[in-house]
Design a protein around this ligand. Structure first.
Ligand SMILES: [Cu+2]
Length: 167
């Protein structure tokens, strides 16, 4: 009887201590894993935001790279290409291979769109030249100092037209 009681006591002690160790082990490992994951996620998020800010500064510094000159050919009916884009201060040359032309700013027949003066005003002797050939010929060049979209046509054949975009 005495031996049985001692044996039961030893078995009970082993079960209690073993169970306690198991619980202690579980509570130790769970928090350690969570902490590691949180730290690495926060760090990579901060680095991404810093890179994005650098890219936006570069985009703000971008400037238009339109060409400084263009040539438009005319066959008496159609300008080709009818639309060109150049940088401010750039020159467009119109060339006719067949007939004479009189390239002029819109709107026909007054030609006031580019600078507000009429054909009679800016084509008069001694007047400041505008986007208007004024005298028919086979070649005409004009240098654009104003940013905008400038429609043009052949004053002798107003159904032939196009536009110059200055940026
Ligand atoms: Cu006209």
């Amino acid at each position: 009887m005495q031996n049985n009681n001692v044996l039961i006591g030893v078995v009970a002690a082993v079960v209690i201590l073993g169970g306690g160790y198991f619980l202690w082990q579980s509570s130790q490992s769970a928090p350690a894993t969570d902490t590691g994951t949180n730290t690495s996620t926060d760090t990579s998020g901060t680095q991404s935001e810093t890179s994005d800010t650098g890219v936006s500064v570069d985009v703000g510094a971008t400037v238009s790279t339109a060409p400084s000159s263009a040539t438009i050919n005319y066959d008496g009916h159609t300008f080709s290409p009818s639309s060109v884009t150049i940088a401010k201060g750039g020159t467009v040359t119109f060339k006719s291979s067949v007939a004479t032309m009189e390239v002029a700013s819109g709107q026909h027949p007054t030609h006031t769109t580019y600078d507000g003066t009429t054909r009679a005003q800016h084509c008069a002797a001694g007047a400041t030249p505008s986007f208007d050939q004024c005298v028919a010929g086979t070649s005409y060049s004009f240098t654009f100092q104003k940013v905008g979209t400038w429609p043009y046509h052949d004053h002798d054949n107003a159904s032939a037209f196009g536009k110059v975009v200055v940026e």
